[in-house]
Every structure is written in C-alpha cells, then in structure tokens.
Design a protein around this ligand. Structure first.
Ligand SMILES: NC(=O)c1ccc[n+]([C@@H]2O[C@H](COP(=O)([O-])OP(=O)(O)OC[C@H]3O[C@@H](n4cnc5c(N)ncnc54)[C@H](O)[C@@H]3O)[C@@H](O)[C@H]2O)c1
Length: 309
C-alpha cells in the first residue's frame, strides 16, 4: 500500500448514502474526505452527521461528546476543486446514472495513487461498465451498503469481470474494519440481497394486483409461514420505495414482468393516487390503504397497522 494512504478514505457524493458512509468510516477511526459539488450540500451533510452523532450516540450514551467531536474532527467536507490526502479506499456514492459514475471514477483515478481501491456504491448499475473507462480497472469493485448504514450489517462486494483478488481482499478487510459483514458476488443484476428480495416482491405484487390474495394476507403468510419480520409489501410502504416503480425502468420491468395489463393499470393507479408509503405528516398511506379504499374492505386484526379490536 502506498505510504501515507493508510487509515484514509474518500467518499465522493455527500447525499443520503455518502454522508452515512463517511460517518461510519470516521467512527471506525478513518480520516475521511467527503466530496460533493457545492458547499451548501456539504454543509447539510455535515449537519446531518453531527445531528446523528448527537441523537444516536451521545444522547444514548454510546459515545461521549468528546468522542463525537473527535469523529467530526476526522471528517473533512470538500468541494471537487478542494484538496485531500490520498486514501486507501475511495468510494463513489453519487446519483445512480452510468455517465455520472463513470465520470466520477475517472475523476478519482486521476487523483489517487496506483493502489488505492476504487469502489462504487451502485445498487443497480453494472460495476464493470462503471469501471470500464479506468486505466487500472482491476482495482475497482462494487461496495454496496444498505440504508440505514449505521444499522444494516451487510455490505455486498461486487466483483466485475476486471476486478482482481487483491481488490476483493482489501475491500473485504476494509468492510470488516468498519464493522460490517462482506458478501462477495459477481456483477449480476441487483447483486444478491436485492435480487432475491425482488423475486419475493415480484410474486407478492402478482398475487395482490391480479387479485389472487389481499396484500395484507400475502404479508401475513410470509410473516407466519417463513418467520419474516415484515412482509415484502408492507416493507415497501415503510421504506417508501414504491416510487422506484415509476422512476426506474429496470426495476419496473423486473418487478412487473408477470403482471397482466389490468394488474399493471391497477398498480399504476395506486402510484398515481399517491399511495406511496409514509406521508410528510407521519401518516401511512400505502398499499394496504389503497386496497382498503378502492375495494371497501378492511385488513384483519392480525395484519400490520390494524386497530386493536
Ligand atoms: N438511498 C438508498 O437507500 C441507497 C441504498 C444503497 C445504495 N444506494 C446507491 O447509493 C448511491 C447514492 O444514492 P443516494 O441515495 O445517497 O443519492 P443522493 O441523491 O442522496 O446523493 C447523491 C449525491 O451525489 C452528489 N453528486 C452528484 N454528482 C456528483 C459528482 N459528479 N461529484 C460529486 N458529487 C456528486 C449529489 O450532489 C448528491 O449530494 C446511488 O448509486 C444509489 O443507487 C442508495
């Protein structure tokens, strides 16, 4: 490893995921440079991290205020024209478009030493395509975190057709050092966890929108039959990812592949009428409410969110 890169990480993109990844690395003892395009975005990211440290660590006595200050001291928020010391790992966490990610990978490669590992937090793009424009694409891989980063233990390490063993080993060691569990996979669509979960969700959507079972009954069957903590439909409500069915063509095609025209029309009606999960006021208006409102039926007492009898 190039002298002087030890214990340093770069995170490019200070949005929802980037700021959380930067926070985790700083808590784990790394000095972190977190980059984004504008000072205002960086200020907001810094505020979110400081707020999270206060709420989830200091207030819960998992960290003293001095320790939280030390974590903030290890975090630098830097605009793209700013300077930072070279890192052992650089993680891109910018918006989910191939062009932007390829550009950011090149931007990173132009600024880091030869053996810095370059990682992408993409959840849906091909890591090989993102890395294809690099001079040394063997040192690049996916490093897929789950939201919320502080809570979710899994990080998928995605090996593209170019990624070498050293890169996989280094990234695995890095992931363990920040307290997560690495799972290595090839560069296949949706990787491991999302791919399997999508299969479950696809069937659940088919059952509900083809009218084969009520959505709460699909979730109940999986909760009671497979001991899942939450069914796949209620999980979509809680994490508010229904809108991906509108915005991501790939996700839509994969999840709705088996639905009839009538089933798709019904699902689109739910999306268009704004049954997308948590509402700004904290109220829930998701798939259960959509079926209750449109079919004039109520969920049974065992279903999530049912009122006690
Ligand atoms: N949100 C999630 O739950 C989640 C979970 C796992 C993986 N991901 C993946 O993480 C990545 C980031 O997602 P997010 O939800 O944090 O997005 P976000 O929109 O919250 O943040 C993206 C950030 O990247 C910045 N950015 C865009 N172009 C840039 C550039 N050229 N250089 C520097 N910064 C740039 C934007 O200003 C923004 O702050 C995506 O690839 C997404 O698929 C997201």
């Amino acid at each position: 490893v190039t002298e002087g890169t030890d214990n340093r990480v770069w995170v490019v993109g200070a949005g929802t995921m980037g700021a959380q990844i930067a926070q985790l690395c700083a808590i784990s003892g790394y000095s972190v440079a977190c980059f984004d395009r504008e000072a205002g975005i960086l200020d907001a990211a810094r505020d979110r991290v400081a707020g999270a440290l206060e709420r989830f660590f200091v207030a819960k006595e998992k960290m003293t205020r001095d320790e939280a200050d030390a974590v903030m001291g290890r975090l630098d928020f830097v605009t793209l024209d700013g300077e930072a010391e070279p890192p052992e790992v650089a993680i891109e966490a910018v918006i989910e478009t191939l062009d932007e990610k390829r550009r950011v990978f090149r931007w990173i490669e132009e600024r880091v030493p030869e053996d810095t590992t370059i990682a992408s937090n993409t959840s849906g793009l091909s890591v090989g395509e993102i890395a294809g424009g690099l001079d040394r694409r063997e040192r690049a891989a996916g490093c897929h975190f789950f939201n919320p980063v502080a809570v979710m233990k899994l990080v998928e390490i995605v090996r593209s057709e170019w990624t070498d063993d050293t890169t996989v080993e280094r990234l695995s060691a890095f992931v363990r050092r920040i307290g997560k569990v690495p799972v290595v996979c090839r560069d296949v669509t949706a990787f491991v966890a999302n791919r399997c979960y999508e299969a479950l969700l696809r069937e659940a959507l088919w059952l509900a929108f083809e009218g084969a079972a009520r959505p709460w009954d699909v979730d109940l069957a999986l909760r009671l039959g497979y001991n899942l903590p939450l069914g796949p439909l209620e999980l979509q409500d809680r994490i508010g990812t229904w809108s991906l069915l509108k915005t991501s063509e790939g996700t839509r095609e994969r999840l709705l592949a088996q639905l009839s025209e009538g089933g798709r029309a019904r699902l689109d009606e739910m999306l268009d009428q704004g049954y997308l999960g948590p509402q700004p006021g904290g109220e829930m208006r998701g798939i259960y409410e959509y079926f209750e409102d449109s079919d004039g039926v109520s969920r049974p007492p065992e279903a999530s969110g049912a009122k006690a009898a």
